[in-house]
Design a protein around this ligand. Structure first.
Ligand SMILES: NC(=O)c1ccc[n+]([C@@H]2O[C@H](COP(=O)([O-])OP(=O)(O)OC[C@H]3O[C@@H](n4cnc5c(N)ncnc54)[C@H](OP(=O)(O)O)[C@@H]3O)[C@@H](O)[C@H]2O)c1
Length: 314
């Protein structure tokens, strides 16, 4: 049995991770949040603690009092404020006598490799700051969960949605695709519910490698379109964009995003699309390394085909 705290376990990926750990029925689960709330009132096995990320000693105290041995960070890392919160979380965790394992909020690219190439990735400095901060606590075992792009972005979300999505690369509802490069680049995509199930299962591993890849599906961008066309049973309107065009802001508009502009302004949708599709075209989503799938073969993730059939209700 593990006593695990999920920082940021109140929404999106973090909430799914909490749900997946609860579903295993083996571990004691704590959630760290900036504010007190009763969102886990119906879950007697989950205790939520409000913490002040500005004061690492309060985090140390809560974790020690509850004999927490593992901390998973699912903090949003889109702002410097959130990054500072994660650095203070690591400081607080590193100073406990109880916590032996920590997972920073990665869940995307292999950021150590990304840092070696010329790629404009706004949150990279926050991801690397956490990896560097962890070096101050060598007795803490840490793991980077690397997932590629969330598969959730490749089809319509459930109602209610589990995470906020925009459409990227394919828009199966409108039989349209905006492919970066010539379509030959390989990408890893993993659904968030599978990310959560693998993270929960990884709690039972005796040792944590420094990095692991959680792989839902691995396919080329042309294969992504072929799978979507086959599931839909119709040809897609496909536009290919060079990296130069993407860098110049020539982004193929996917119709499913248009109603989302009321919540996520078009420049933001275009910016996210630009960053991640350039990343795909230059090979950053063709992530290499040890697969968590091999260590936990009993967890069977959704393929793109299975996800599309499910999300399109076909
Ligand atoms: N690979 C992909 O395609 C992909 C896509 C999206 C996200 N991600 C990654 O997944 C991870 C989680 O992202 P998410 O979208 O699930 O996050 P999110 O829902 O936006 O936020 C998760 C939690 O972070 C906490 N938080 C937010 N701002 C904070 C701040 N300034 N200080 C302290 N805590 C803060 C909040 O918890 P409280 O309010 O309870 O404190 C929130 O519930 C990130 O590492 C992100 O980069 C990957």
């Amino acid at each position: 049995m593990v006593r695990v705290a999920v920082a940021g376990g109140t929404s999106s990926l973090g909430r799914l991770v909490v749900n997946a750990i609860v579903a295993i029925k083996k571990h004691d689960v704590f959630v760290l949040s900036r504010k007190d709330s009763d969102i886990f009132a119906s879950e007697p096995n989950v205790k939520l603690f409000a913490v002040d990320y500005a004061v690492p000693a309060t985090i140390t105290a809560v974790l020690e009092e509850n004999r927490v041995d593992t901390v998973i960070s699912c903090l949003n890392l889109n702002t410097r404020e959130a990054s500072d919160a994660q650095l203070n979380l690591i400081e607080g965790v590193g100073k406990t006598s109880t916590v032996k394992r920590f997972a920073p909020s990665e869940f995307g690219l292999d950021n150590v490799e990304v840092a070696k190439v010329d790629f404009d990735y706004p949150v990279l400095e926050f991801k690397i700051a956490a990896i560097d901060k962890l070096k101050e606590f060598p007795s803490l075992s840490s793991i980077r969960f690397i997932t590629g792009m969330f598969m959730d972005f490749f089809g319509p979300p459930p109602n209610p949605p589990q995470i906020n999505v925009i459409s990227i690369v394919i828009d199966p509802e409108h039989a349209k695709a905006g492919i970066p490069g010539d379509g030959s680049a390989t990408i890893i995509i993993t659904h968030t519910t599978d990310v959560a199930r693998f993270v929960a299962a990884a709690l039972s591993l005796p040792d944590w490698p420094e990095k692991v890849i959680i792989q839902g599906d691995r396919l080329t961008l042309d294969e992504v379109v072929a799978v979507a066309e086959s599931v839909k049973g119709s040809k897609f309107d496909v536009t290919y964009s060079s990296v130069e065009d993407l860098k110049a802001g020539k982004i193929t508009e996917l119709p499913s995003n248009i109603p989302r502009y009321a919540f996520v302004p078009k420049p933001m949708v275009d910016g996210i699309t630009q960053t991640f599709t350039i990343g795909m075209a230059i090979g950053l989503f063709d992530i290499k390394g040890p697969l968590l799938n091999d260590l936990i073969p009993e967890v069977k993730p959704l393929s793109l085909e299975a996800f599309l059939k499910k999300s399109l209700q076909l």
